[in-house]
Ligand binder design. Structure first.
Ligand code: NIG
Ligand code: FE
Length: 424
């Protein structure tokens, strides 16, 4: 049995309790279940209880005596942050394209000319397993340094069975080796290979007939994602790919309505996707249908920020009853950041969300977006002992003092993995 750990006296202990059965929607997104002067006890990697300091000390006197103590006075404790949409495993960077975009070229034009996702696909195909592992591991460290304890990670820079498997295997290995948990998504349908642009159907067939069955058989992914966008995969190709994944037990996710309205949101509702991501141009009808179908909307404002595009209208979507999560979309082209706290800042400053809503969107609702709400996303008995301690006196300061890293300590599965901002 691991040594117990007692975290005490937090100025604010944000438990996010009571949202495990259902993702938080509308007013529920403001309910943090915040305890002032809060403490919690973790034993054997799992939360025993979180509550008022006095109550927890009285109830667990002896067990607390045997535990390691971590004093959180003057600080804010939250559930470990959850990033529900990343392209963690890839090789190389694309700062050259950033410079081209600053001079006025568009993201899609660069991609259609063979750059963009194709550039990272070439780099990822050429990279050996070890290089891919090393580059991705560094990023995972950075996630931890910024308070994140679980990330979803997509394939999609392989575009052949061999190289898609290589990406998923690296993710699988990191899941075993690194404290941050990884939830894997197959995204063979991330781009149509350059030399098949004019005749994409055979590639769609390969995703369905060759890749999905093997990925499922090897148990390398839980979710199946498609980039449904004009010039990439059409709604009907996306539907075929997502339905095929369902036959093999892969739950649909979708990159929807990012650049143009393209009925990706409607498709998400139709196929029963667990989440629909991006949604900058989602139609009102699509938003309604997703809300009714309990799809979680995952917004990625780092992409709008970095591509200098209009932001998604989070306010409208929350008010329409869509459960909302936030993510970095960490990738080398449209959002090369791993800072989920910065994404929370953008949620407040650029998408009309409140500080409470962005907290919900990066904890319990993010956990729902990756099917993990029963294990993570809140500080409740039986859940994983995953938490982040921010060196701020209240959570409002997280979005007030923006663009800096306030993370002091990260506990993962009951172990201190970051202390004083240093990896342990
Ligand atoms: O989520 N939109 C498509 N895919 C990624 C970008 C990937 C890339 O540019 O490398 C995204 O934004
Ligand atoms: Fe993405």
């Amino acid at each position: 049995m691991d040594k117990a750990i007692f975290i005490s006296n937090a100025a604010q202990l944000i438990t996010m309790a009571n949202h495990t059965d259902q993702p938080a929607k509308k007013e529920a997104m403001s309910q943090l279940n915040l305890i002032e002067n809060g403490s919690l006890l973790i034993e054997d990697g799992k939360i025993i209880e979180a509550g008022r300091d006095e109550d927890i000390r009285n109830k667990y006197k002896n067990r607390i005596q045997a535990a390691d103590h971590l004093d959180a006075s003057g600080k804010v404790v939250t559930p470990g942050l959850v990033d529900p949409h990343t392209h963690l495993v890839h090789a190389g960077t694309r700062e050259n394209e950033y410079a081209m975009r600053l001079e006025g070229q568009s993201y899609m034009d660069i991609m259609n000319a063979g750059g963009g996702i194709h550039a990272t696909t070439r780099a990822t195909q050429q990279a050996g397993h070890e290089q891919l592992y090393a580059e991705s591991r560094k990023r995972l460290d950075q996630f931890l340094i910024h308070g994140v304890t679980t990330v979803e990670a997509k394939s999609g820079y392989g575009l052949t069975l061999e190289h898609e498997l290589k990406q998923l295997e690296v993710a699988h290995e990191l899941q075993a080796d690194h404290p941050v948990d990884i939830v894997s998504t197959f995204m063979g349908a991330h781009a149509i290979p350059m030399d098949e642009k004019d005749n994409p159907e055979p590639f769609v067939d390969r995703v369905i007939e060759e890749m999905i069955p093997v990925v499922a058989e090897k148990n390398l992914a839980e979710f199946n994602d498609v980039f449904c966008e004009r010039g990439v995969f059409t709604p009907s190709q996306s539907r075929r790919i997502l339905e095929a994944g369902k036959q093999y037990g892969l739950t649909p996710k979708i990159h929807a309505d990012e650049i143009e309205p393209y009925e990706g949101s409607e498709l998400a509702a139709e196929v029963g996707a667990i989440s629909a991501d991006h949604l900058l141009k989602a139609s009102d009808k699509g938003i309604r249908e997703m809300a009714n179908a309990d799809v979680v909307g995952v917004l990625l404002p780092g992409t709008a920020f970095f591509l200098m595009a209009d932001f998604a209208d989070a306010r409208k979507m929350i008010d329409a009853g869509l459960a909302m999560a936030l993510s970095t979309d960490a990738n080398p082209g449209s959002s090369p950041t791993i800072s989920l706290p910065f994404i929370m800042n953008l949620g407040c400053l650029k998408m009309g969300m409140t500080p409470e809503e962005v907290m919900t969107a990066t904890t319990i609702n993010a956990a729902h977006a990756i099917g993990r709400a029963d294990e993570i996303g809140s500080l409740e008995p039986g859940k994983k002992g995953d938490l982040t301690i921010f060196d701020v006196p209240n959570h409002l300061t997280l979005s007030y003092k923006y663009g800096m890293n306030h993370v002091d300590t990260v506990v993962k599965d009951g172990h201190v993995r970051l202390a004083g901002g240093q990896l342990q």
